[in-house]
Structures are given as C-alpha cells and as structure tokens.
Write a protein that binds this ligand. Structure first.
Ligand code: SAM
Length: 229
C-alpha cells in the first residue's frame, strides 16, 4: 500500500468549512463528545488532518476514527485528540512536551496553543515527515527530537504540560519528575488493548493528584529509539 502523504489537492485539506462539510460534521461530533473549549475547537478546525495521513486515508481525515500513519502506528481519532488537548488546559505562555510525535498532527494542535512544544518520536522517518508538515503549515515553535520519549527531555525540563500519546504500562515516574509543580500531564496507562485508562495527573507541592478520564486504546510506549527508519 502506498503510504505516502496525501498531495495537496485542496480537496482533502482545504478549508472545507460549509455547513455540510466534513469539518462541520466533525466539529459537531466533538461538541457532542463533550469538547467545549473554543480555543481547542478552533485550532482543530484550522489544522488540516488530511495533511498528516498517508494519501489512501486522506478522504477519511474528517471521520472520527484513528488512521494508520505507517510503522504500525496510528494518528488518534479526533475526539481523543480534542479531549486530551482540552484536559491539558494549555496556555499560550506554556512550555509543553509531547511524547510520541507520530504524524505531527497532535503536535501541530499543541504548538498552536502554547509558547513552545518539545516533541519526541522514536521513529526517525515519522519525525522527518512530521517536521515537513509543520514547516508547510508555518508552525515554527516546535523543537523535535528523535529519541526515547520515555526518558523525557531532562535538559529542557521542567515542563508546564506533558502529553504522552502512547500507552505506558505504569505511570512514568521519570516524566512526572520533569513536570513543573502545578503542571499537568495526560497519559494513557495500562497494558494491552482493552484495559488502558486515560489519566490526568497534576503535580502538587508534595505529590500528585490523579483523575481518571476513562478508557482509551493506544499503541504502547516502547523503550528505546526504533532501530530502522
Ligand atoms: N501524536 C501522534 C500523532 O498526532 O500522529 C500519534 C501518536 S501514535 C498513537 C504513538 C506514537 O508514539 C508513535 O508514533 C510511536 O512511534 C511513538 N512512541 C512509542 N513509544 C515511544 C517512545 N518511547 N518515545 C518516543 N515515541 C514513542
């Protein structure tokens, strides 16, 4: 299967803003799914998801489904992206870490909400494509690293916000240590496909407070850089 990124035909990634458009339908689904933060909705509305998926899937970019991005990885369904972004409550002066940059779609959304995004991906090939997409959208406040995001980015810590977009077997203590006091981290936690929970963690002066945001299904967080590509 050809997993090249969709060409910019306009059809897949254009404004698509009419009342019956795919984007209008998606926005309605996000609102019905509990996403009420207008900043988050607005950024999703102007970030063309079709640009971030391989050409054969671009026609499904406005569908509320996860899509393959190569290397057996996926870009999450828009409702999950929106709920995670809303839960993180990102402010425009904040320094944010994303673990698992993948296609770059979630990163584009975070970058448009914060001061600077630090994004880590274990597949060099995915990160290279993500960086091209960010450049094409003229997003210039992302610093990217090909590496093992389970180690975080100690040289850049502390972070005001951390988003992990792959499932950790347990709450990752290394990432918690890199969160500023008062900061928030959203992370899927759990083994296997069927017992993962999305956790929202706030670092307090003397520990952490955790809120369960419900069941999710993510690819696993894997230690180490990918050896190929
Ligand atoms: N946020 C991505 C997007 O918008 O396309 C989707 C992420 S996909 C669900 C999970 C990503 O986490 C994959 O690209 C995978 O390679 C990456 N990943 C898994 N373990 C990792 C690790 N230890 N360090 C960095 N990236 C990791």
């Amino acid at each position: 299967m050809n997993l090249e990124t969709a060409p910019d035909t306009g059809a897949n990634i254009g404004p698509n803003s009419g009342p019956n458009s795919g984007m209008a339908r998606l926005m309605q689904e996000l609102r019905e799914g509990g996403v009420a933060d207008e900043r988050v909705l607005s950024v999703i509305e102007r970030t063309p998801r079709g640009l971030f998926v391989p050409a054969p899937f671009a026609a499904k970019a406005f569908d509320n489904v996860a899509l393959p991005i190569g290397h057996h990885q996926t870009v999450s369904q828009p409702l999950v992206v929106a709920r995670m972004t809303q839960a993180l409550d990102v402010g425009e002066r904040m320094k944010v870490l994303e673990v698992g940059a993948g296609s770059g779609y979630q990163g584009a959304i975070l970058a448009r909400l914060c001061r600077r995004l630090y994004a880590i991906e274990r597949y060099a090939g995915l990160l290279e494509e993500a960086e091209k997409r960010w450049a094409r959208l003229r997003i210039s406040n992302i610093t990217a690293l090909h590496g093992d995001g389970s180690l975080g980015w100690p040289e850049q810590a502390p972070f005001d916000r951390i988003m992990v977009t792959a499932a950790a077997a347990d709450m990752p203590p290394v990432l918690l240590e890199q969160l500023a006091v008062g900061g928030l981290m959203v992370v899927p936690v759990g083994d296997g496909d069927h017992d993962q929970r999305l956790e929202l963690v706030r670092r307090t002066g003397d520990g952490v407070e955790t809120e369960d945001l419900g069941p999710v299904r993510f690819v696993p967080l894997i230690d180490g850089k990918a050896e190929h590509l």
